[in-house]
Design a binder for this molecule. Sequence first.
Ligand code: SF4
Ligand code: SF4
Length: 194
Amino acid sequence: MHRPFRSSRDEHGTGSLGLLGGLRVTLRSMFAKKSTEFYPEQKVPTAPRYHGRHQLNRYPDGLEKCIGCELCAWSCPADAIYVEGADNTERQRFSPGERYGHVYQINYLRCIGCGLCIEACPTRALTMTNDYEMADDNRSDLIYDKDKLLAPLLPGMTQPPHEMLPGTTSTDYYLGNLTVPPRSTEAADGPVSR
Ligand code: SF4
Ligand code: SF4
């Protein structure tokens, strides 16, 4: 047996009230504040602690903070980091102390932005910036090497390899006891997520 198109409830107005109730949701949405973002024409700043592209930081004289210890790679749950350390020599010094990161790669096809790697880094060589524009149209360009990850040279920095500052030891670098450079160690790191 077919159901009637109109019920006795409609005749008493209950169905119309239901319709108005539904329209109320529509009307409220029509006049609500719009949340559309017009990316990429207008870029909305991220939260300060947003986990974007990584950065390999430098000391204020330009030497690299990475010591090639691989702790970041071992802490990564996505196996997205590859590090090969190498020995510094007095003629070819890239970082204070014995070792530096000779090869450093992050595979952004794997990275999930969890930040465990930057927590593991003992020298604060690795931090994360707010940069999120890393899309590309092929897989190999999403594996970033040192040329894309190293922090830029700021005024007062010299491109390694070069000597440590006169009269300093690697411990002075690790403890932030450098006095000659014009910028503080923290400022040289750039925007970071901790
Ligand atoms: S942010 Fe997480 S997933 Fe990405 S490289 Fe670091 S540890 Fe690995
Ligand atoms: S970035 Fe930090 S944890 Fe990773 S290899 Fe370099 S010093 Fe070690």
